[in-house]
Design a protein around this ligand. Structure first.
Ligand code: AMP
Ligand code: ZN
Length: 469
């Protein structure tokens, strides 16, 4: 399995630290708003990478954080007149709903920055002790960038060309820094902001330190894969490497994977530009599976442009697969038992070639575009040959192959039965009863089941409201 490594600018064979196990960290979203489909790209891409590695028999420890303390969260909290934690809790829950709808497997761990402050203080102290960081007079702690020899190795930048490249991270006066390149590890509180006590001042961490600390805590000093969108290469990941390697005295991540942008009209989709579409909004218009199919229709390092035409093409493509699966199911139901004929055997071994093709595409830096093309070839093969098969076993084997490949992509091929309003109401009534009986496990199960069928519940003072998402 080959992975393009941003660090070496080459495709490299995956060799894990522990045989059979993958330690993987994916930088997650800052939670102050509903996520947009640009944020959904790394989620879908790296979920698919994980699924493929699991299919290959690797055990993946998948850690993805939520940044739940940040200027933007605090700004939103002030606007709404609530605590920052209320904003982050709300949007973590909303993000998880979107991820669930997009069939993204839950991470092994989803650490929260605010729950890991102790570890951050510890790592910052180590960096100060080792001479890699210093506290300024007002209690701001900076990383001494030039002291770390490898700075620039991920983004392939020369440190002398950077000058004030980290200027946006300045929170107090630039004059406090020994060097304009130094970046913030800890900063003093401002009025009305959440803060934690530390040896340097009451304050909060800079953004980069959280990932170094959570990665170390949940995966160890050295990890296999660190991933995120390409905008994170510099400065975020560059700074993570500096912090982790300086503190731990060991290489940090072996493979650095970065997805290209999801664009709209050729421009990066982003909150700051205002050119975004939320996942929620897109899922009101399209099946989540269509969004997933669309995201995987390009290799993850190629830019992808969101457009109605491409989404319609994705809807057609996905429908072709679902149709094929449905026809196969019908044939299986009507087929007889009995020995597999030699002709059926021959057809099955031909069909296996598409699985081999699919694997070759995925082994080549997760080329999902070619992998999906292999699924289409299999669909075409099934559509032309299934009718000639009469035995249940051979038809089932074809179905299983299609299902294995689509599962790796996280695509559900069973046609979703439309749930009727009356059934929704009945389940809601059952959930209310379960709650009255304090059977919260059952109540949650019903809510999750409805969600998986595209129904979102909202508990209001006037009772339970529901809508199709
Ligand atoms: P943020 O909340 O901005 O830190 O983003 C969370 C994740 O989404 C990061 O891995 C970003 O690199 C990624 N991301 C944000 N916008 C886009 C985009 N337009 N295309 C692809 N990835 C993005
Ligand atoms: Zn990160």
């Amino acid at each position: 399995m080959k992975i393009y490594n941003t660090l070496t600018k080459q495709k490299e064979e995956l060799k894990t630290i522990e045989p059979g196990k993958v330690r993987m960290y994916v930088c997650g979203p800052t939670v102050y708003n509903l996520i947009h489909i640009g944020n959904a790209r790394p989620m879908i891409v790296f979920d698919t990478v994980r699924r493929y590695m699991e299919y290959k028999g690797l055990k993946v420890n998948y850690v993805s954080n939520f940044t739940d303390v940040d200027d933007k969260i605090i700004k939103k909290a002030i606007e709404e007149g609530v605590d920052a934690s209320e904003i982050s809790t709300r949007y973590i829950a909303e993000c998880k709903k979107d991820m669930d709808a997009m069939n993204i497997l839950p991470a092994t761990t989803n650490p929260l920055a605010t729950q890991e402050i102790g570890g951050m203080i510890e790592m910052i102290s180590t960096l100060i002790d080792k001479g890699f960081a210093y506290a300024a007079a007002d209690g701001t702690v900076y990383f001494r960038t030039r002291k770390f020899d490898g700075y620039g190795k991920l983004s392939h930048k020369n440190i002398d060309d950077l000058r004030g490249g980290n200027r946006e991270l300045k929170v107090t006066g630039e004059e406090q820094k020994e060097d304009p390149l130094d970046f913030v590890l800890w900063k003093p509180k401002k009025d009305g902001e959440p803060y934690w006590e530390s040896p340097w001042c009451d304050g909060r961490p800079g953004w980069h330190i959280e990932c170094s600390v959570m990665s170390k805590k949940y995966l160890g000093d050295e990890i296999d894969i660190h991933a995120g969108g390409e905008d994170l290469v510099f400065p975020h990941h560059e700074n993570e490497i500096a912090q982790s390697e300086a503190a731990n005295g060991k290489p940090f991540a072996r493979y650095w994977m970065h997805n290209a942008f999801l664009n709209i009209d050729g421009v990066k989709m982003s909150k700051s530009l205002g050119n975004f579409r939320t996942v929620r909004d897109v899922l009101a218009q399209y099946d989540p599976q269509v969004l997933r199919f669309f995201m995987l229709s390009a290799q993850y390092r190629s830019p992808l442009n969101f457009s109605a035409e491409l989404m319609d093409a994705a809807a057609n493509g996905y429908e072709r697969i679902v149709n094929c699966a449905e026809n196969l199911k019908n044939l299986i139901a009507a087929a007889g038992d009995g020995e597999m004929s030699s002709q059926e055997n021959e057809l099955l071994s031909q069909a296996k070639e598409y699985q081999t093709k699919f694997e070759a595409a995925m082994d080549d830096d997760f080329n999902t575009a070619d992998a999906i093309a292999a699924i289409f070839e299999l669909v075409k093969f099934i559509n032309s040959n299934a009718a000639a098969m009469t035995g249940k076993a051979s038809l089932q084997a074809l179905y299983d192959e299609l299902k294995v490949l689509t599962d790796i992509c996280g695509l559900i091929i069973e046609r979703k039965e439309e749930i009727l309003d009356a059934d929704i109401e009945a389940l809601i009534a059952e959930r209310q009863q379960a709650r009255a009986d304090k059977n919260f496990a059952r109540a949650d199960e019903i809510r999750d089941e409805l969600l998986s069928r595209g129904i979102e519940l909202k508990d209001t003072r006037e009772g339970v409201q529901w809508k199709r998402i």
